[in-house]
Design a protein around this ligand. Sequence first.
Ligand SMILES: [Zn+2]
Ligand SMILES: [Zn+2]
Length: 329
Amino acid sequence: MRITGVLAAAAVALTSASPLAAHGNDDALAAFAALFEESAIVSGPELVDCRLSGGAVTVCYKITVVPGETVKAGPWCPRTITDGPEVSGIWFDDGKVYNADGAFVANLPEFYGDPTWQLHDPATGHVFVTDNQIACEAAARPDVDPAYRNHCVECLTSYIDPGLTRTYIVPIAPVEAGEPQRLGEAGGAGLAFDGIMLGPPAPVEAILGSHTLAPFDDCGGHVNPHVGYHYHAVTDCQIQIAAPNAHAPLIGIALDGVSIYGQLNADGSTPERLDVCRGHTSEALGYHYHVSGPGDNQIIGCHSHQIGCVSDDPDRPCDATQRRPPPPR
Ligand SMILES: [Zn+2]
Ligand SMILES: [Zn+2]
């Protein structure tokens, strides 16, 4: 399914001259297209010229998706301190996943050792929730509106900008970068096959620093009205495509064109010799990433290769050496 770096590089070099090479790229495009949930796709995928973050000029896949159309998002915030996990989302701390239910919310002062936490009304047990779009946006911005301190932040899919699309432009073959690149400034780790962004780490320090909680649903996702629904963890919700030899399943494509696989192999074993980005090389799959555990607040560690582009303008050509918009939270 995945063309190797060497083959892909040869195909790129020969595209204009050789019908055979062009055919190779077409096959790769068809294989790429087949990975995605059709209802998430607005247009593409197609092959376009692109300029990657390190300046490399190459051929990229371009795909435009609707972020959040295909998934059943939520729930996130409990409404009372007696609400259970079935009507609440999750929270990460120190590598662990917690149910962000009523009991968790009530226990926040103890959990974080900070009596300033008071996310519910002690008289009624009702949880303070940002229950409209204005509140969601005021609480979700980096400088949280003081009125929404001690709130559970919840943004609904109905708050997503109408007509919002996200266009991903990623190299058909990864191109070496001088050094690993942090996630975040380019729209996260990559794209899952349901059209949802595999996000950067959530800014947990900033969220907790203003005594807010911004839970993820049980799929590890939540909503930013301007970015759409996005994942901060890989759980069993994402589309998984079986890989050969009981290797972990394929779950997405990174912005540097590297394939992203699940955390564990089919027999439960942990992939070995992962680099700082959580990548390693195998004979069957070439260089690829494995995702972190769902509580780690990182899907992969970094991008080890030059990244392409993510944009909400489907017509913008990809020049990843240009400045990018700030990352979502
Ligand atoms: Zn592997
Ligand atoms: Zn987020």
